[in-house]
Ligand binder design. Structure first.
Ligand SMILES: [Zn+2]
Ligand SMILES: [Zn+2]
Length: 425
């Protein structure tokens, strides 16, 4: 007997009812992004591993512990994308867009992959909506991107989200910051958690982000690391926050916010939804002014974010936001007898060609059962064809709400359906 097959741990199916909620959310997100002038880019879900080694850094947790890596049949080192920015930058460079001076605003929607222990809000295949703006160094651009993120969440119905912000400085500030942090944390080495002991070697900035209480209280004493920020970075951040205030978006400075990725510079941000427990970040992003250059392109300032759709769905559930169900088909065609069933297919195709969503089955079911099916699917109109109708060249049209019936000719019934649907709209 064949083994029972199941989806891999940390991956799951979205059955139609749930998928239609996702469609509604994605559609809404696209609407908002288009309003800000973003255009969609679709990159492959797998890339040569080098794309992520170069962008994320070999020492990051994602690359070391979470990335799906394999050798393909040509023995090339391939990775399933763990995030979207690296692929977007790779595409940006591959198509020579770093050599144009125009502003590029991209968004993407799709699955990402990380080998993590599955838990609520954390899947091995998860889905993101992300945006990237290439070619602007302005603090107003940071503000616009953050304002758009909050606008997007609000338009989905998420009202309790909080925007946390921090300033991570530039590459000139980084060595001084890291040296200061390293010296500070070395003094508390014994009390750090095992992960942070390792972070101390690799990137002490990451210790600020540790969720363990003891590490957090040690980190509190190190918060003057921000004094190593240069004037340019300090001014940029102040202007971005001031700009954000002018458009009425509230934000909360959080010196612990460092993000798990090494490529962020200056403004970094995260949106948390307090009701979600430990995995409460719905989205995050920031400026990454050095990444394009680091991956071999012309220096190009950039800023972006990604939101996790699984967590958005959890937040929508927590806020009890009702997502309207998908539109039911407008017409059900019920047929009695083999000849009528053939006619039913013809009629269905006429209806669909006229832009009407129409369904029917070709099984030898009783009229009663077909009416039940029409009812269950929520179709407002049923067209019935039996021997009588075949003989006369007509169909019987039933209004499911009023239960009234009328006769229409074969030629005229599509127009009659259209007329009724327009009247009901
Ligand atoms: Zn700086
Ligand atoms: Zn720790």
């Amino acid at each position: 007997m064949a083994a029972r097959l199941e989806a891999l741990g940390g991956t799951s199916d979205l059955l139609p009812e749930e998928a239609s909620r996702w469609q509604a959310v994605e559609q809404k997100a696209r609407q908002v992004l288009h309003r800000y002038g973003f255009q969609e880019i679709r990159t492959p879900i797998m890339e040569t591993a080098e794309v992520f080694l170069q962008s994320l850094g070999v020492a990051t947790e994602i690359v070391q512990k979470q990335m799906y890596l394999f050798n393909d049949r040509g023995d090339r080192r391939v990775a399933l994308r763990p995030e979207g920015t690296a692929s977007a930058v790779r595409a940006f460079l591959e198509h020579g867009m770093d050599k144009t001076s125009s502003l590029t605003k991209w968004y993407y929607v799709g699955p990402m992959f990380r080998a993590e222990r599955p838990q609520a809000g954390r899947r091995r295949q998860f889905h993101q909506v992300g945006v990237e703006v290439f070619g602007s160094a302005s603090p107003h651009q940071d503000a616009e991107v953050m304002a758009m993120l909050m606008h997007l969440l609000k338009s989905l119905g998420i009202r309790g989200a909080m925007l946390m912000v921090n300033n991570l400085g530039c590459r000139n500030d980084r060595p001084k910051m890291l040296e200061y942090l390293k010296t500070y944390f070395l003094g508390h080495h014994m009390d750090l958690c095992p992960d942070c002991k390792q972070r101390l070697e690799v990137n002490p900035l990451r210790i600020l982000d540790c969720k363990i209480e003891r590490c957090r209280s040690i980190a509190k004493g190190s918060m003057q690391w921000s004094k190593w920020l240069c004037k340019d970075c300090a001014d940029h951040y102040d202007k971005a926050l001031a700009s954000l205030r002018t458009v009425g978006v509230e934000c909360h400075p959080d010196p612990h916010l460092v993000r798990g990725l090494d490529y962020y510079t200056k403004t970094a941000f995260e949106v948390v939804y307090p009701g979600l427990g430990a995995q409460n970040a719905i989205g995050a992003g920031g400026r990454y002014d050095d990444l394009v250059e680091r991956m071999g392109g012309q220096p190009t300032p950039a800023v972006g974010f990604a939101i996790g759709l699984e967590r958005v769905m959890m937040a929508l559930e927590a806020e009890q936001v009702a997502i309207p169900p998908a539109q039911p088909p407008a017409v059900y065609v019920a047929a009695l007898g083999e000849q009528a069933r053939g006619k039913a297919l013809e009629l269905l195709q006429h209806l669909r060609a006229a832009g009407i969503a129409a369904v029917g089955e070709f099984e030898a079911h009783s009229l009663r059962r077909q009416m039940e099916n029409a009812n269950r699917q929520g179709c407002p109109i049923v067209l019935m064809i039996g021997d009588d109708e075949l003989a006369k060249g007509t169909v019987t049209l039933r209004d499911m709400a009023t239960r009234s019936q009328a006769e229409a000719t074969w030629e005229g019934c599509v127009d009659e359906v259209l007329r009724r649907l327009r009247a009901a709209a």
